[in-house]
Design a binder for this molecule. Structure first.
Ligand code: CA2
Length: 144
């Protein structure tokens, strides 16, 4: 099983800025813990980050036939991107929406996710553990 982790804008700053909201763990630390958990289940992962909407759309399109699931922290694009939503819908790969913070407990503009209706489910508010829970959800949706 192969799972693609995609991270959207500014998540490369994790651990360096706004620790009160996003914690002190870097994206590289999160990737490492996801890799360790994935290895236990003999799951192959690819872990990427981009600040560019078009890059994320391209990666989703290219995932067709290559990955069994996508775990997506679309960051701010969650709340704005029709392009990401259309790409997820077009490729038809089960996609799990994840967030570090609880978007529903924050500003009102974060309560709306444009991608939620085309994702299999949403995991929000568990800090770096949202990525591990996302991995487990991705494995479970593929379990035969
Ligand atoms: O809680 C999440 O994971 C979010 O996807 C993070 C996004 C935010 O726009 C979403 O509403 C919820 C923001 C990512 C920005 O990450 C930063 C990390 C460190 C310092 C500044 C920003």
């Amino acid at each position: 099983m192969k799972i693609l982790f995609l991270n959207g804008p500014n998540l490369n700053l994790l651990g360096q800025r706004e620790p009160d909201i996003y914690g002190r763990t870097s994206l590289a630390d999160i990737e490492q813990s996801v890799r360790e958990r994935a290895a236990q289940s003999k799951v192959e992962i690819d872990f990427r980050q981009s600040n560019l909407e078009g890059q994320l759309v391209g990666w989703i399109q290219q995932a067709r036939g290559q990955f069994d699931a996508i775990v997506l922290n679309a960051a701010a694009y969650t709340h704005t991107s029709v392009a990401l939503r259309d790409a997820i819908s077009a490729v038809g790969i089960p996609t799990i929406e994840i967030h570090l913070s609880n978007v529903h407990a924050r500003e009102e503009f974060r309560h709306k996710s444009l991608i939620a209706p085309v994702c299999r489910g949403q995991i929000t508010g568990f800090g770096p553990n949202s990525y591990i829970l996302g991995l487990e959800a991705a494995i479970s949706v593929n379990a035969k």
